[in-house]
Ligand binder design. Structure first.
Ligand SMILES: Cc1cc2nc3c(=O)[nH]c(=O)nc-3n(C[C@H](O)[C@H](O)[C@H](O)COP(=O)(O)O)c2cc1C
Length: 418
């Protein structure tokens, strides 16, 4: 494999990042040795797993992990019933100091969760004293927050979000603060607006999504099953990327606030997508939990090659580049659209024919002798359902509007590091 070189470094919130890839607050950053190995492998920074004040017992239940997937992707979505770290603030401060000594040029951040004002502020003061470059506040643990409304996510209350964000920023002074929010709200823009008003430095958008990962149809036990019973999980990984993209885009289109992207990034191409809609770096958890810290080499090399190819000077050039293309459905033009099938690429599986026959406009004919589809141009409206079921990306949509022609097509499966 060719490894591309390109300077991926930039300054962000006054912090030097050697690349836009950060390990999020989660198991990969819970143990000092693991955070150390991640940084040594080449990740630009870590957010240590969420901690709280002494005296808040964290009782974990195992097994805590489950997943849903397909034959080809066992982990489309990863589920966990984990809580915050069992390490309290003193341990985390020791780790921040140790990692800062060992990796002075990397971003060493920590994540906190409190209940009372004095807890939140004391967590911040202790981390500042330990030398944390940035403090992230978890307002979105799917198992619920402590304090305000136990069992409910803090970021689901706009009032509580603003109030606690003010407490934290007051204590943090010049140390950058990110608030980690949830997409599970009616109006994500309102949440971002109050955070901007509260004076925090940015948002992490976002976190795991509350889910029920599955039910074993033989035993009827939910997944994961602990003595036959289960709880709702936080779902992470590639299944949640579209939710993350929408969350980031919606914030970036409406509120001028720094966004650290998180949720579902599984490749360097996903990072480009999250940045193109407004994130200025991307945090990862499920990908390194799946493949190990070494994936950083593919991420940096893939992104470097992309920047070279597109003539971008650095990662920040990507930020927000797709935003002007995201519009309300009513603002889009109404072109004359038709499916086009590239028969040289077609493998004759018949998926497009069946999908169109039973789910769209009955506009694809099927030659069963040659195992070949053909588009009936009078019936086809270019809805693109056939394109979704084609396993080899042989179908594209040709759109005509006045004298202009545009093509909607997917790349080759496996492109962009997936
Ligand atoms: C087992 C597990 C534990 C997690 N613990 C925390 C946590 O303590 N604090 C937090 O803010 N996020 C936590 N997360 C969420 C991740 O930091 C991240 O936001 C989420 O996994 C989405 O990113 P991903 O799709 O790249 O995994 C946890 C995720 C997993 C899988």
């Amino acid at each position: 494999m060719t490894y591309h070189q390109h300077d991926l470094s930039y300054d962000w919130l006054g912090i030097h990042l050697e690349n836009p890839f950060i390990l999020s607050a989660a198991p990969p950053t819970d143990e000092l040795d693991m955070a150390r190995d991640g940084l040594a492998a080449g990740w630009a920074g870590v957010v240590l797993k969420t901690t709280s004040v002494e005296g808040n017992p964290v009782r974990l239940k195992y097994p805590m992990m489950s997943s849903f997937g397909t034959a080809s992707h066992k982990i489309c979505g990863l589920g966990n019933i984990d809580l915050i770290s069992q390490y309290h603030i003193n341990d985390v401060c020791d780790r921040v100091a140790a990692l800062k000594r060992e990796f002075p040029s990397k971003m060493i951040a920590a994540s906190i969760m409190g209940s009372r004002k004095e807890d939140w502020q004391s967590l911040v003061w202790q981390l500042r004293r330990a030398g944390a470059d940035l403090i992230e506040c978890s307002f979105s643990c799917p198992q619920g927050s402590m304090g305000e409304a136990p069992g409910r996510m803090l970021a689901q209350s706009v009032e509580a979000t603003e109030k606690v964000a003010r407490w934290v920023k007051e204590a943090a002074e010049n140390t950058p603060v990110l608030i980690k929010i949830t997409p599970q709200v009616t109006d994500i823009v309102e949440v971002a607006r109050v955070l901007k008003r509260a004076g925090v430095d940015g948002v992490t958008a976002s976190n795991s999504v509350p889910a029920l990962m599955g039910v074993d149809i033989e035993t009827l036990e939910p997944r994961p099953s602990i003595f036959g019973a289960g709880a709702y999980s936080g779902m992470t990984g590639m299944a949640i990327k579209p939710l993350t993209l929408r969350t980031i885009a919606e914030i970036a289109r409406n509120v001028d606030i720094i966004i650290s992207g998180n949720g579902g990034a599984y490749s360097w191409g996903d990072v480009v997508e999250l940045m193109a809609v407004g994130a200025s770096n991307v945090q990862f958890c499920t990908l390194p939990m799946h493949y190990g810290f070494g994936v950083i080499r593919d991420l940096t090399s893939g992104l470097a090659g992309y920047l070279d190819r597109k003539g971008f000077a650095g990662p920040m050039d990507i930020v927000g580049k797709a935003l002007s293309r995201i519009k309300g459905q009513e603002e889009l033009v109404a072109p004359h659209s038709r499916a086009t099938i590239d028969l040289d690429t077609c493998v004759g599986c018949g998926n497009c024919f069946r999908a169109c026959r039973d789910g769209a406009h009955r506009a694809i004919d099927w030659d069963s002798e040659k195992r070949q589809p053909s588009v009936d141009r009078d019936k086809c409206v270019g809805c693109a359902q056939c394109m979704q079921v084609c396993p080899v990306s042989a179908i594209s949509i040709r759109e005509e509007f006045g004298d202009n022609v545009h093509t909607f097509a997917y790349g080759i499966p496996g492109e962009h590091g997936r």
